[in-house]
Structure formats: C-alpha cells, structure tokens
Design a protein around this ligand. Structure first.
Ligand code: ADP
Ligand code: MG
Length: 871
C-alpha cells in the first residue's frame, strides 16, 4: 500500500466507523453511504482496487436496503476487513500458501486410497515435476496450469484435466453441482431417520468386521445423550485413521439397520471447535463434479486451498463504482462463496454476481457486434410513399396493425445512413413475407438490389413465387443510383439504352418469364430465383444480370451471398429463418464489400430473454397479430391405442382430396420396441394401412436435393401422405395439407411442435393436429396440454422455456451461443440489469480501451472465444 492509498483507506474507515457509532442510521453523509462510497471509489484510484477494499465495499452492497442489524453486521465486517490492511501479517493463514506434498495425506481423508501405492506415485510425481517449474500457489497467477502448483498430486492434475480443468482459473470456475446443508448439528438422541444430519461426538469403539469385499469398519460415536454407529464399507484404512478417544464430526443421512439408527459411509472429519475449520461436515458442503481419479474430500480440500490463497488476490474486472451501481458482490468474494458459502444469503449473492458476469460478457459482446455491423456508413434510403401506397392498393388484403407497425420500424431504419440490423419475429402465418416485400420494394425504388435468402431451395422457390405475385403489378420509378446511368430517370428510359444493353435487358426479362404487363415498359420489379435447378446458360445470364443491376431482387439459398454472386449495388438483404444464418455469414457479407441493410425473419417465437441473449445485436419487430379470418387448428392428444381412429380420420381427409403429414421422432436402435422409426411407419402405412393411397417418405439421410424433390412432389399433390422425421422444413407451404399427426409427441419441444402444427391450416380447409403420446410424465402432459389449449406461439415459447430450460429450447444448441454455467436463462431481471450496465460501460468506452477496462475486455474476449469454440 502506498502512502496515498493508506490515507484513502483511512478516510473510508473513519467514515464507516462514524456511521456505525451513529447507530447505522445512514445520516453521517448528506446523500447516504452508498453515494459516498461511489464518490470515494471514483476518487480513490488504486486504493479502491485493493482486494481487501473491494471485499470491504462488497459487504456494503445494498446498504440502503438493509435492516439496522444487517447494516451493523455489514459495517463491522467491512471495518474489520479494512483493518486487515494495517496488520503486520496478512489475514490469510500461512499454511494455505504452502500446499502439502503428496506424501502428506491428512488423516481425515475418508475416500482416499490406502497408503501402499503412494510411494510410487510420489516418485512419479517428483519425476514429472522435474519437467515443470513448480512454485507455491501464492506465487502463481490464474493462468498457471495446475501442474505448476508446488507439490500437487499428479492424480489430481489428471483427474481435473478429464473435466476440462487445466488452470487455476478453470478450477476457480469449476463450480459445485450442489450443496448439502449439513449445518444441523444435533445431539445423538435427536437424530431423525431419513434426514441429513451432523453430530459431533467422541469415538468410543472402532472395529473391523468381515474380510474381502464384505469388509466393514464400524465406528461408534457417543455424546452425553447416547451413541450411534457409523459403517464404512470396504475402507480398511478408516480403522487406522479413526481412533478411540478422538472427537469427530459425522455428516450424512441417518438410516436404520436392524432397528438401530446408523450413518452409512458418512462424511467425517476430526472435529475442531472453530466452525470455519469444518470443511466436509457441519456446513453448506459443496459437492463438486468429480470424475475417475478424483475423490470428493481430496478435491474439496484442494479447492479450498486454492480458493483461500487465490480468491483474495483476484482482481475484479468491474470497477468498484460499477459493483456498487449494480449491487454486486466483488469477484474474489463471489468465487470464495460459490465454493464455500457461509450461508444461503452469501451463496445467493455469489450466484448473482457470477451469473451477472455471464450475462454481461454476452451483452457486451453482442452490443459490440452491433456496433461493428453499423459502424460503417450504409445507404440512407428515401422512402417512396407512393410506391408503398401502390403496393398496399394492389394487395388482396389489408395489412394488419402489427404489419404496419413493423413496416414503419423498418422504414425508419432504412432512412438512416447506418445499416439496419433487425429481427422480424412473427408466428407461423403472421404474414412476414409481405413485410419483407414492402422493404425490398423500397430498395428497388431507391435504385438498389435486394436479396432474399431461405434455408433450402424449395423455400426459396416458394418465396420467389410469393414475391413475384405480391410485386408483379407495382410500378417502380427507375431512379438514378451510383451504378445506373442518369438516363434511368426518364419515363421511357429504355429508348436511351444502346442496342446491346437493350438486348441484354430484353433477354433477362424473357428468362425471368415476365409478361409485358409485368414488365410495364421496364418499370416492373424483376425478381430472379437463383437455385441449382437453373440451366448452366441461364444461370450465367442471370448472374450477369445481377452483376449489371438489371435484376432487382434475387431469391436463393445462402449460397447467394456467401459464394459467387456479385451484385451491382446490394442495398437490402432479407434472411428467412435466421437461426441458420449467423454472425460469421454477416461478416463475410461485409468483407465482400457490401454494407446492406439486413432484415432477418423467424417464425420461431423466442422469449424475450433469449432474444436479448442470442440476437442481442439485432433490433426486434414483432408481428403479434394474426391476419383476420384464420381458422383455429384443432389440436388433440390421443393415446396410441386410439390409432385406428386416427387412421379413419386420415382416410376421410384424403377422400376429400386433402393431404396429411405424419411426423416421427428420430429413434435410436435401443428404443425401437417403443416407437416406430419413420421408415417403419412408412412401411406400415403404405403396405398395411393405406395400400391404395400414395405415401412418401422423407428422412434425414436423404441429400438436400432428394429432400427437396420429395417435398416438391408432395406440394404438387403427387402424394397423399408424407411420412417424415423432424427434418421437415419449417416454413413449407402446402395449403392442401390439413392434418398433421405427430408420433411420440412428448419427444419434441413445444416450440418445435408448434412449428410442425404450422404446416397445416394454411388453406381454407379446417385443419387438425393430432399428438400421439402415451407418456405419463407430468411435464410432457403439461406441454401437450398447453398445445391443445393455445395456438399462440409466444405463450408456448414462454411455457417451454419455463418447463425445459433454454438448452432444450431449440432442440439443438445455437451455434456461437455461449453456454451459461451460472446464470439462469429465464432470469430476465438480471439479464436486463447486465444489459443496462453493458450499455453504460460501452457508452463511456465503446472499445473497452481504457486501462480500467483492460481486464474486462480480455474477459469478454475469452468468454466469446470459448463460446465459439464449443459452439
Ligand atoms: P409467415 O409469417 O408464416 O411467413 P406468410 O407471409 O407466408 O406468413 O403469410 C401467410 C399467409 O397470410 C399468406 O397466404 C399471406 O398472403 C396471408 N396474409 C399476410 N398478411 C395478411 C393480411 N394482413 N390479411 C390477410 N392475409 C394475409
Ligand atoms: Mg414465411
């Protein structure tokens, strides 16, 4: 501590002492203690970053909301912590800084292997240690691999490596899976059978009974109220470690055997009167994830040592003022508490801090990405209201309020000179296509090109067809752009083209199959579908047309913008079903020199928390209203015994000229008895049930092309029934399909079931969704019942998130989405707080370049690096 720091700490300590003397009434400063601490932190410089100071301030987080008693305790602890800075010896006990050598295994090591093998491994350890420069823990930094810790047991290093824990930092973030609350210390006579209990008593008898695999060590422990037995199976060495006359603590579940209460293989340790000294018993005992080669007590003792030594010196990546602002526990303390919580309150505070960090790193990451996308200048469009009015006039329906709102939001983005990055979320059938069409039309009216990308060719085909239909009669002015000549302003500008240009344009118009009414003297919107099914010559012509700017809108798969296509002036990209189009692709687009506006559309209703996490770099518009006149799809859950009824229903629908989907979950070999695979279902339906009907099969092993072929044939009504696995495309539109049967419905997430259901009810006919499930599982029943009751995708998404958690939400993990170890995905409040702090930090320091954000910047980078690796 420098002299300046010393003075700062003293000033703080004086104030805290005065406050405590004043009865913790929070009136010794004018604006309250919290405000004072904020000011002090801002002014104190390096003093505020001293670990002990951070711990002290951490005690006072939320001071204004505490009761008087809590304040008094918090102040006492804070003052005591500050005092430790002035003591000659550091507060941390000396022995923890020098780890024991592997030979010295403490007596209380219940699960540890017996002695004989030890000398070999010690020799090995010394031998291997010779290759690594080992140092005492206290001298190592967080990135140091575990094997650098002086005297570490090599089996620990190996065991942790299997868990992916390599460095000291990894170890500190190797959180307990759960905590056993064994603080209930009781006298022996009070012990309840079936409860987790802790007793402390004197060892009155130790006996080894039986031999070989039946060997047991029976320990009798007594206190003034009675005695109880503890039985240890197959742990002969216990008899050497526990001696008559010792006082020990036992923690575990009380059972009965032959009418007598006993502990069966309890946790135990020698008892010392200091409660903090209890590690394995009598406290909130952390249970860390283990693997082969790692033993519970050994791991716990090792982690304790590391935590005790390292946690106090951990530098917090958040400045104290920010901690105070967000009411967060300092990082070092949080890491200590997450492993060895003093009580449930501190555990909750530690969890909150560590969860907050995860959300914060994510939010900083996505907000920075957004900046990256928007940094460069984009194209500011002038919204042509006449053209938009013309579009609306020509539509066979009125836009819903939600559609109008979304279009307005998009238009105001398009007017700005920075590129739009917007997510359009709308349930199946909510009418996203026309919103996209309105935006694309503005790109064309502004002299730019637009691209619409779909995940598969067949969906691209569908989009192209829809776009052509929606835009076919709309006249667009051909305005000047950088790439087009000024003659385009003229009404019949085509007469000004040179003969070669005119011929090229005419060829494009004919390739696109546009009639003179659609061409409108060159004022019609020229939409090209670019898929693999184009002939080589046509494809070349279309590519040339795109490169010259004669084609206005291009529809295709992602290959469109990620591969060979060169645009003349790409102004807007629309991506349908965005979760297959990630950040990397967007950056690739940018690297090709385009900086277009971007609209991504999804029919997967995503709860708000997830949107903020996964798509936090996008602004969001929501279509939360369905176009009028839609009929409800009737949804019903049936048992497998009712299958005959289902088949009768299918036959009736097909007799009326309708089509039917049958979805089967992917099944593994081992479950075959229970659930039919798609192949088996297909065989069964085609040969046994409906030999007279046309049944098709679509499964995951088909190539993309084969899948498209099957889907196309079904769309064109060459089949009556389509049996498919979950590979069936979202977004596919076959209005004549009216029934979807979902086998093993309990296997799918709600969101996915809802997507499946969206395959029907797309025409005028009454539609049905039949969920086949015999599951008795309560949660499955709730999910399927929710589906029967509501067709609101957003409601279902929320229910799904609550029931199953985020990991299950999409069925598979989103690529590039960080895993959350600590934060609860559903914790909207914490997420919003983290977002707010991320915003505040970035507003101050967009690139985290300031020295006080150095560590934060590194952490955010590490976090995302890890996320993209594992994703
Ligand atoms: P999705 O959001 O699932 O992509 P689509 O854009 O395919 O939905 O629209 C579904 C159907 O609803 C289409 O047939 C479309 O023409 C129709 N539609 C869209 N908007 C409206 C509206 N405002 N009123 C009536 N029908 C509409
Ligand atoms: Mg759609």
């Amino acid at each position: 501590m420098t002299e300046v720091e010393r003075q700062q700490v003293i000033a703080l300590g004086r104030l805290l002492t005065a406050e405590r003397r004043d009865g913790c009434a929070d009136r010794v400063t004018t604006d309250g203690l919290v405000a004072y601490i904020n000011q002090w932190s801002a002014a104190a410089g390096s003093a505020a970053r001293l670990p002990a100071v951070q711990r002290a301030l951490g005690c006072l987080v939320g001071y204004d909301g505490m009761t008087l008693a809590e304040r008094d305790r918090a102040l006492a602890e804070a003052i005591e912590t500050l005092r430790s800075l002035f003591r000659a010896t550091p507060a941390a006990p000396v022995e923890t800084t020098v780890p024991p050598s592997p030979e010295v295994v403490p007596a209380s090591d219940t699960n540890h292997a017996p002695a004989p093998k030890r000398s070999t491994s010690a020799r090995q350890s010394r031998k291997r240690a010779a290759n690594v420069a080992q140092r005492p823990l206290a001298e190592l930094n967080l990135d140091a691999p575990l094997e650098q810790i002086a005297g570490i047991d090599w089996r620990l290093v190996g065991g942790f490596r299997r868990l992916g824990v390599r460095t000291i930092h990894d170890l500190l973030y190797h959180f307990p899976r759960r905590y056993d609350d064994v603080r209930n210390r009781r006298s022996i006579s009070e012990l309840q059978v079936g409860a987790e209990e802790t007793v402390i008593g004197e060892v009155t008898d130790v006996r080894t009974i039986g031999t070989g695999p039946k060997l047991r060590v029976r320990v009798e422990v007594s206190d003034e109220t009675g005695s109880i037995e503890a039985i240890f199976f197959n742990q002969r060495w216990i008899a050497q470690q526990i001696r008559v006359g010792q006082t020990i603590a036992l923690s575990g579940k009380v059972t009965t055997f032959g009418g007598k209460r006993q502990f069966s293989s309890p946790r135990w340790e020698r008892y010392t009167p200091d409660p903090d000294a209890l590690l394995h018993t009598g406290r909130l005992v952390p249970i860390h994830p283990l693997t082969q080669g790692l033993h519970e007590n050994q791991v716990r003792r090792f982690i304790k040592q590391v935590v005790d030594t390292m946690a106090p010196q951990i530098e917090d990546h958040l400045p104290p003022a920010r901690l105070q602002q967000a009411r967060l526990m300092p990082l070092g303390e949080a890491l200590a508490q997450i492993h060895f919580p003093t009580d449930h309150t501190s555990l909750a505070a530690a969890r909150r801090r560590l969860g907050f960090d995860e959300f914060l790193f994510i939010q900083i990451g996505v907000l920075q990405r957004k900046r990256l996308w928007q940094q460069e200048m984009g194209y500011a469009f002038t919204i042509d209201t006449q053209v938009h009015a013309e579009l609306q006039r020509l539509l066979p329906f009125q836009l819903t309020t939600a559609q109008q709102r979304a279009i307005e939001e998009i238009f105001s983005d398009l007017r700005r000179p920075s590129p739009m990055a917007r997510l359009l979320q709308g349930d199946v059938g909510s009418g996203k296509t026309v919103v996209a069409a309105a935006a694309l039309l503005q790109a064309v009216a502004n002299g730019f090109q637009g691209a619409l990308m779909a995940p598969t060719e067949i969906l691209a085909e569908q989009h192209a067809k829809n776009l052509k239909q929606l835009l076919s009669r709309v006249r667009v002015p051909r305005k000047t752009t950088a790439a087009a000549s000024s003659s385009y302003q003229q009404a019949d500008w085509r007469s000004l083209l040179d003969p070669e240009e005119a011929a090229q344009l005419a060829e494009i118009v004919s390739i696109l199959g546009m009639s003179p009414e659609e061409d409108m003297g060159g004022h019609g919107v020229r939409v090209a579908l670019l898929t693999g099914s184009l002939g080589t010559r046509e494809r070349r012509r279309v590519l040339e047309g795109i490169a010259r700017g004669e084609i206005d809108l291009v529809v295709g798969t992602h290959a469109l913008i990620t591969e060979t296509v060169q645009f003349a002036h790409l102004g807007l990209v629309v991506v349908d079903e965005q979760h297959r189009f990630g950040v990397e692709q967007r950056l690739r687009l940018k690297n090709k020199g385009y900086n277009p506006h971007m609209l991504v559309m999804t029919a997967t209703p995503i709860p708000r928390t997830l949107t903020m996490t996964i798509y936090g770099d996008l602004d969001v518009s929501v279509l939360d209203e369905r176009p009028p006149g839609r009929q409800e799809i009737r949804t019903k859950r049936v048992g497998r015994a009712e299958r005959a009824k289902v088949y009768r229903h299918i036959r009736k629908q097909v007799a009326e000229g309708r089509q039917v989907y049958v979805i089967c979950p992917l099944v593994e070999e081992s479950e075959k008895l229970d659930l039919p695979s798609a192949e088996e279902m297909y065989e069964h339906l085609q040969h046994e049930i409906f030999p007279d009907l046309r049944v098709a099969l679509l499964h995951g092993k088909l190539s993309a092309r084969e899948k498209d072929d099957v889907m196309r044939a079904f769309r064109d009504h060459q089949y009556d029934i389509l049996v498919a696995t979950a590979v069936i495309e979202v977004g596919i539109d076959v209005p004549n399909a009216t029934t979807i049967v979902i086998e093993g419905a309990e296997r799918f997430g709600l969101a996915q079931l809802h997507q499946f259901r969206g395959r029907v009810g797309r025409g005028h006919h009454q539609s049905y969704c039949i969920l086949v499930s015999d599951s008795d599982n309560q949660q499955s029943k709730e999910r399927l019942a929710a589906l029967e009751q509501t067709t609101d995708g957003f409601k279902l998404a929320e229910i799904d998130l609550q029931l199953r958690g985020p990991g299950e939400f999409f069925g598979t993990r989103q690529s590039g989405t960080p895993d959350l170890k600590m934060a609860q995905q559903g914790d909207t409040r914490l997420l919003a707080e983290a977002r707010a702090l991320a915003d505040a930090i970035l507003a101050d320091d967009p690139e985290l370049k300031r020295p006080e954000h150095d560590l934060l910047r590194r952490k955010v980078n590490d976090f995302w690096a890890a996320a993209t690796q594992s994703g």
